[in-house]
Design a protein around this ligand. Sequence first.
Ligand code: SF4
Ligand code: SF4
Length: 134
Amino acid sequence: MLVSKFCAAPGDGFSVLPEGIASSCFDVTEQSDPRARIFHYGRYDQSADRFVFDHQRLAGLRALSVENLSFCRDCFCRWHCAGDCLAKVFERSGSASHEGSPRCGLNRALTLADLQDLVRAETPVRIVSNEVAP
Ligand code: SF4
Ligand code: SF4
């Protein structure tokens, strides 16, 4: 697959925690989690009966697709891994800065093995894209 986001966390995910917090990541479920400042982008306002969103935070999330991740710029599986799971990457960096993780080596090895299989395959390859890569 050709993708620019590993999952919906860069601005597309909408999960609601029991206390009414909107999170773009399934894994960041506690307000005390330092990553909540990145992935929690809104809350349900009971008195107004509507959600209120932090549009600045949402814009920050949407900017986390792989074309904006300088760490991934020269990685050959950039458009397949697409920056990997940001929750895990940011847990390691302690901020919204993408500095990779030990998973990069694994992702690259798996992607290389897949590419080698495709090169050896006798049947034509069908490219599937759920995002338009620039
Ligand atoms: S845990 Fe990782 S893969 Fe799952 S939603 Fe969060 S950022 Fe995406
Ligand atoms: S393997 Fe690492 S450097 Fe390559 S795209 Fe994935 S997160 Fe980025």
